[in-house]
Ligand binder design. Structure first.
Ligand SMILES: Nc1ncnc2c1ncn2[C@@H]1O[C@H](COP(=O)(O)OP(=O)(O)OP(=O)(O)O)[C@@H](O)[C@H]1O
Ligand SMILES: [Mg+2]
Length: 255
């Protein structure tokens, strides 16, 4: 079953510039792809090509100016169909870590007791144990990002949209999070659309990698990644991995 279906999506923004003048910028053009149930798809592309705009459209935050996007056959009109982690963590400074973690699930209507029961285990898994009552301002950049990811996974949706979720993590924590994510997805059957700048990360996690062109963004190339799971550091050393990586980097250089 197709869970995300994007057909000929186009989006332009009107930007205010000096002296009250406005200019239109075309961000996405004729973008077409789909994600199947249980599939993990990664999107890589040059900075500014419209990746975050695409996820914001899929989460229902902005309406595209052209084309169609469907989640599970429904035209996207609100953000209730997926769990979305924005590029900036958007933690609320006036709520402590525990309350920030619960926010998305609460808004999605999950009973508070049910959320509370899952928290201790998740805080351990995300390396945030002991910080439940801290304020977001007392966390490091990487901890904030892990908290935003934890919050996203608590939202009971089987489609997850992640915008550079590991961007400010160090290499070792990033690897741990990759292992963790693979473990969770092994047991939970969620469909994931991940935006990343990191080609290694895309090849480590995804079933398919889509490469976008420079703005206005559209899909330039699709690469199927067929390494068995769970993937580990060893996967990075396979000749096929190097081959796929070179092909992706080469496409990106021409994007
Ligand atoms: N709300 C907005 N109003 C006007 N222009 C916008 C808005 N949001 C994004 N843009 C423009 O759309 C283009 C794409 O932005 P977007 O954030 O989608 O890129 P991106 O691919 O996610 O980049 P990065 O990899 O740097 O995160 C940029 O040129 C940006 O200036
Ligand atoms: Mg972005």
């Amino acid at each position: 079953m197709t869970v995300i279906d994007v057909r000929g999506l186009t989006h332009h923004f009107s930007q205010n510039i000096a002296r009250g003048d406005a200019r239109d910028i075309l961000v996405l053009t004729d973008l077409t792809f789909s994600v199947m149930e249980g599939e993990f798809v990664a999107i890589v592309g040059p900075s500014g090509c419209g990746k975050s705009t695409l996820l914001r459209i899929l989460s229902g935050l902005i309406h595209p100016t052209g084309g169609d996007a469907f989640i599970k056959g429904h035209k996207i009109l609100d953000s209730n169909l997926s769990a979305y982690m924005p590029q900036r963590d958007l933690l609320l400074p006036w709520l402590n870590v525990r309350k920030n973690a619960m926010l998305g699930a609460k808004l999605a209507g999950v009973n508070e007791k049910e959320i509370q029961s899952k928290l201790p285990q998740l805080f351990k898994q995300f390396g945030l144990d002991g910080f439940q009552e801290s304020w977001p301002s007392q966390l490091s950049g990487g901890m904030r990002q892990r908290l935003a990811l934890l919050r996203t996974f608590l939202i009971p949706r089987d489609i997850i949209l992640l915008d550079e979720p590991f961007g400010s993590l160090d290499a070792i924590t990033r690897r741990d999070m990759h292992d963790w994510l693979q473990g969770v997805l092994d047991s939970e059957q969620r469909s994931v659309l991940l935006v990343t700048h990191d080609v290694d990360e895309a090849l480590m996690l995804a079933d398919r990698v889509l490469v976008m062109t420079n703005r206005p963004g559209k899909i330039l190339k699709e690469v199927r990644v067929e390494f068995s799971r769970p993937r580990s550091m060893k996967t990075l050393t396979l000749p096929k991995f190097t081959e796929l990586k070179e092909s992706l980097l080469d496409t990106l250089a021409r994007a």
